[in-house]
Ligand binder design. Structure first.
Ligand code: F6P
Length: 407
């Protein structure tokens, strides 16, 4: 048989490593002839736009370069499959592509929304008695997938946001004048990535002085009080705020979000740091900067976590074995066996348990004032950011593998 693999949702630094995990493991099995890549996630299967990965990945060096290249080699999508009970047409197109290319297993690397696709496809194939296995491979910088200790991509993003906060802290502290720097960090509904900035404490750094997560109700009044209190101790106050924190629009001069909503109903979030900086300027009147880390936090491969990249590849490889063992409608997960030494086990769970569900940052890991996280968060995150990739460079710049150029 042949297999197909696709990448979906927001990019990360590790999603290409999972693709390499699938590819490198699959080519070892005699029963798998061709490994196809579906271009732009599930859309590639709908449009029969798939590529034979052996025509693209020709050498071990290609594998190395893809592993160190951020974003999704095969493109991505935010495509929500309709319920097949209401509309089967798209499922028929997918089945047609899969059957035409004799594909017996499909691997989907993505987050909670992509697991919705895995679940629906698996249920459709079961109903139609079609023997095509569907396996989910997790990824997301948001780290919000249930049943897995963490998601590939999170460790690298965490390493980036923490390092960047450290650098911002040095830069912001040069003048002996009071200032407030508010750094906005991705994560949508959950604060995992913002909380990860606290790992700096392991190296004696006090910053970020204030940390706000969407799991906690946000009060603008309390925020201003917190900033004032922090200014009593630090003249350059650094605030890490999650993009998902939602201050009352009335308190920040109206709704600052664009209103754009994706196919899964998620609001495109951006601008909370800017909105809060205006309040600080008005209420406190000191120098204030808003920094939105934006997509840099999910594509900064130059500072990716080696452990994250290695684990991403491992979980991709393990998925191939799971499909060959006959499983379908399952998602690969990490179980943390111990922290010291750090040991994880790779397992799989029913995708229906994971699809569209959100794993929130534990409330008990937020301090009682709601503006910091506890040591548990630091202990949880630290192992995930370990190790540096030995990047291949040309002219002093990382070399990246770009599919379109090759084609
Ligand atoms: O799903 C990961 C993520 O990066 C979120 O942190 C963020 O809110 C969202 O994607 C941004 O979506 P898009 O890539 O569509 O701009």
């Amino acid at each position: 048989m042949n297999i197909a693999v696709a990448q979906s949702g927001g990019p990360t630094c590790a999603i290409n490593a999972s693709l390499m995990g699938v590819f490198r493991h699959a080519v070892k099995y005699d029963e798998i002839k061709t490994v196809y890549g579906s271009v732009n996630g599930i859309e590639g299967l709908i449009k029969d736009h798939i590529v034979d990965l052996k025509n693209i990945i020709k050498t071990d060096e290609d594998v190395e370069l893809i592993r160190q290249t951020p974003s999704t080699l095969l493109g991505s999508c935010r495509y929500k499959l309709p319920d097949f009970e209401k509309d089967e047409s798209v499922y028929k197109s997918i089945t047609h592509t899969l059957k035409r290319h004799n594909i017996g297993a499909f691997f989907y690397i993505g987050g909670n929304d992509s697991m919705d696709t895995v679940d629906k496809l698996h249920r459709y194939f079961t109903k139609e008695n079609i023997d095509i296995k569907v396996i989910g491979i997790p990824k997301t910088i948001d780290n919000d997938l249930p049943y897995t200790d963490h998601t590939p991509g999170f460790g690298s993003a965490a390493k980036y946001v923490a390092t960047t906060i450290q650098e911002i802290t040095r830069d912001s502290s040069v003048y002996s004048i009071p200032s407030v720097t508010i750094v906005e960090i991705m994560g949508r509904d959950t604060g995992w990535l913002t909380a990860a900035t606290a790992v700096l404490r392991a190296n004696g750094e006090v910053s970020p002085h204030l940390i706000y997560l969407p799991e906690n109700k946000f009060s603008v009044r309390r925020f201003i009080d917190d900033v004032r209190e922090a200014q009593n101790k630090h003249y350059a106050v650094i605030v890490a705020v999650s993009e998902g924190v939602s201050p009352d629009p009335e308190e920040v001069g109206g709704d600052f979000q664009s209103g754009y909503v994706d196919n899964f109903g998620h609001k495109y979030l951006a601008g909370v740091a800017k909105a809060l900086s205006k309040i600080v300027a008005k209420e406190i009147g000191c120098k204030v900067r808003a920094i939105e880390l934006n997509v840099m936090q999910r594509c900064s491969s130059h500072i990716s976590s080696k452990r994250d990249i290695t684990e991403a590849e491992r979980i991709g490889g393990a998925a191939v074995k799971v499909a060959l063992d006959g499983y379908s409608g399952v998602t690969m997960v990490f179980k943390r066996v111990s922290n010291h030494p750090y040991i994880i086990r790779i397992e799989h769970v029913e995708t229906s348990l994971v699809a569209n569900k959100v794993k929130y940052f534990p409330l008990e890991w937020i301090n009682e004032n709601g503006h910091d996280v506890t040591q548990d968060a630091i202990d949880y995150c630290l192992p995930l950011i370990q190790g540096e990739q030995n990047l291949q460079v040309r002219n002093g710049l990382p070399i990246q593998f770009v599919l379109k150029e090759r084609l």
